[in-house]
Design a protein around this ligand. Structure first.
Ligand code: NAG
Length: 231
């Protein structure tokens, strides 16, 4: 780096992978160069230190991953100032309260609860470094926490009973009805993908109906329906 950046910003660097470990490092200006290279993908802009989102999986005990993040003020360190860290946002100062707790002296942020993506898919927190008068020592920093989905919701039919009717002597492959279900897991993922199946039909043989497993549309087979012959 050609020029040392004066008044380094509030730094927050969260390193994570999607496995089990969640590492975290607070930076200071001396190691900044090295870490910049190492974690280039986490840093978009030299002076803004935008962090990659922290990803936490729903439905599991996360206590071993604590602290999940940490903020650090270089200004306070360089000028030997007393600093108080603070976080605000959903899960801390807005409902659901108490999901996260922090240490005002170290800047460490912990998660306290098992998360539910269907309740809160995403947390946006703000981190602050304050001087003794409560003024910002650094530009407040945004921390995004994404809650990763698990397949913890079963599909649910949108109605208890679907009623269909078809005229007798209808051609084969006539659309009789469409059944629908919903799944609360993350949209457009395998976890929320629904497929339909006929479990039984009466009389069972020869089958008069089949369905499209992806759309839930029920059609007649090539068996001709005759109302006077009880099918
Ligand atoms: C956060 O978690 C760590 C690791 O369990 C613990 O040492 C620390 O005291 C916790 N901090 C707060 C503020 O709860």
């Amino acid at each position: 780096m050609a020029r040392r950046v004066e008044g380094a910003l509030l730094l927050l660097l969260v390193c994570f992978n999607f496995g089990n470990t969640l590492h975290l490092e607070a930076l200071n200006t001396r190691t900044e160069n090295k870490l910049l290279l190492k974690h280039r993908h986490l840093v978009r802009q030299k002076r803004a230190w935008i962090t990659a989102p922290v990803a936490l999986r729903e439905g599991e005990d996360l206590s071993k991953k604590n602290p999940i993040a940490k903020i650090h003020s270089d200004i306070a360190e360089e000028r030997q100032l007393k600093v108080t860290y603070k976080y605000t946002g959903k899960g801390i100062t807005e409902p659901p309260l108490g999901v996260f707790v922090f240490n005002k002296d170290t800047g460490e942020l912990n998660v306290t609860s098992i998360l539910d993506r269907e309740e809160t898919p995403f947390f946006l927190l703000m981190g602050y470094a304050l001087d003794e008068k409560g003024n910002n020592l650094e530009r407040p920093l945004e921390l995004r926490i994404k809650v990763l989905d698990i397949n913890d919701n079963e599909p649910v039919f949108t109605q208890n009973v679907f009623v269909g009717s078809v005229e007798e002597l209808s051609a084969a492959h006539t659309l009789v009805m469409k059944i629908t279900a919903t799944d609360a897991d993350e949209p457009n993922t395998q976890n929320s993908k629904i497929s339909y199946k006929i479990v039984s039909q009466e009389p069972p043989y020869p089958p008069v109906f089949y369905l499209n497993k992806d759309t839930g549309e029920v059609y007649t087979t090539s068996i001709t329906l005759d109302r006077e012959i009880p099918h």
